[in-house]
Design a protein around this ligand. Structure first.
Ligand SMILES: NC(=O)c1ccc[n+]([C@@H]2O[C@H](COP(=O)([O-])OP(=O)(O)OC[C@H]3O[C@@H](n4cnc5c(N)ncnc54)[C@H](OP(=O)(O)O)[C@@H]3O)[C@@H](O)[C@H]2O)c1
Length: 324
């Protein structure tokens, strides 16, 4: 009888329920979940503040890591350690806020050996997306040691991007609305901290070039300002919309400076690119995991943590132990 966090389109929106194994979706692989996590998209799904949930009732949770209990797929056997991120899980299909879930084999990636389930979810979609952004910037020719701007720097994607880029010896400038976390961001490897408000005014089409690369979780005017401030042939990995989905910019950065805007998606990215990204994540030094700020909660606390995330009050990563 697995416990799950069930979301319904009624009040109360979230309830912890015990369900029968037969109520689990009819899919190939049954996984005992050791950890899940809270991403911005999960916070929108749990609070109902974004149209994330496509079908009710829904077990949210876009990520989980755990151990295969039963498998009707020849790709996985009982005892295999696996990770799931994306594919619409927690949006269209029941997800990770559960002690046990049944999912498609195609959605699973083997958990690389050095990573525990806890470490895998310390990363989760946030860490995977940060790594995919780094890969996008590298493939677009980011010069070694150059200046890279990271927005939403205390968030999940942002704080992992700061750490990964600093680990790769880039000069990381972190943009945050939480100046009280400046010291922590420096511990993660940021060399300079910028106030979020510096990037929120109406931007001119082009400003003085300052950055060779950027990872942006914010969108809106922030992304417009960043595009105007890129060096010649600079590249920006666009990841998120925490500040807005619009993009009030002009073609000037693209046609006069050759700036590249690199769309970065973690949800539908094909298996082989996921596997490569997870191999790189598994090779990160242990110190990066111990530097990460983690709040660990159980299913009962997910609702409050989601409200806090939507209010911009969380930082680092929120881990969920469904058995807690
Ligand atoms: N493309 C993909 O596949 C993908 C994958 C993961 C996430 N995302 C998107 O990336 C964004 C970040 O996700 P996350 O999981 O890292 O969320 P998160 O942990 O909540 O981090 C978001 C950060 O953005 C900043 N922020 C929050 N509200 C803001 C606002 N109104 N204006 C400006 N800055 C704001 C805050 O950082 P500071 O206080 O430090 O400024 C916050 O910590 C979300 O939009 C999410 O949907 C996309």
């Amino acid at each position: 009888m697995p416990r799950v966090l069930m979301v319904r389109d009624q009040q109360p929106r979230c309830r912890i329920e015990e369900i029968d194994d037969e109520q689990l979706p009819d899919r190939a692989v049954t996984v005992d979940i050791e950890y899940s996590d809270l991403n911005y998209k999960d916070a929108m799904a749990v609070t109902g503040k974004g149209k994330i949930v496509r079908d009710y009732p829904m077990v949210p949770g876009i990520d989980f890591a755990g151990t295969v209990r039963e498998s009707a797929s020849d790709r996985f056997a009982p005892g295999d350690r696996v990770i799931l991120t994306g594919w619409g899980v927690g949006e269209r299909y029941w997800g990770g806020y559960a002690e046990t879930m049944r999912v498609d084999a195609d959605w699973l990636v083997p958990c690389p050996d050095p990573l525990s389930s806890r470490e895998a979810m310390q990363l989760g979609t946030a860490g995977l997306t940060a790594m995919l952004s780094v890969i996008r910037l590298e493939q677009a020719g980011l010069p070694a040691g150059s200046k890279v701007l990271v927005t939403g720097a205390t968030g999940g994607v942002g704080s992992w991007a700061v750490q990964m880029l600093a680990h790769l010896d880039y000069e990381v400038h972190a943009v945050t609305g939480k100046p009280e976390q400046s010291q922590w961001l420096k511990t993660l490897g940021a060399t300079e901290i910028h106030e979020r408000t510096e990037f929120e005014s109406d931007s001119r089409p082009l400003e003085k070039g300052r950055w060779a690369g950027a990872v942006d979780s914010i969108g809106g005017k922030t992304l417009a300002n960043i595009l105007a401030q890129m060096d010649y042939r600079g590249r920006v990995a666009a990841v998120g919309l925490a500040g807005g989905a619009e993009l009030p910019t002009t073609v000037m950065p693209f046609i006069l400076r050759g700036v590249s805007l690199l769309g970065t998606d973690s949800v539908m990215i094909p298996f082989e690119q996921r596997r490569v990204a997870w191999q790189r994540l598994a090779a990160l030094p242990n110190g990066l995991f111990s530097n990460m700020h983690v709040d660990e909660i159980g299913l009962e606390q997910v609702s409050d943590a989601a409200e806090a995330m939507m209010a911009g009050k969380t930082y680092g990563r929120v881990l969920i132990d469904p058995r807690k």
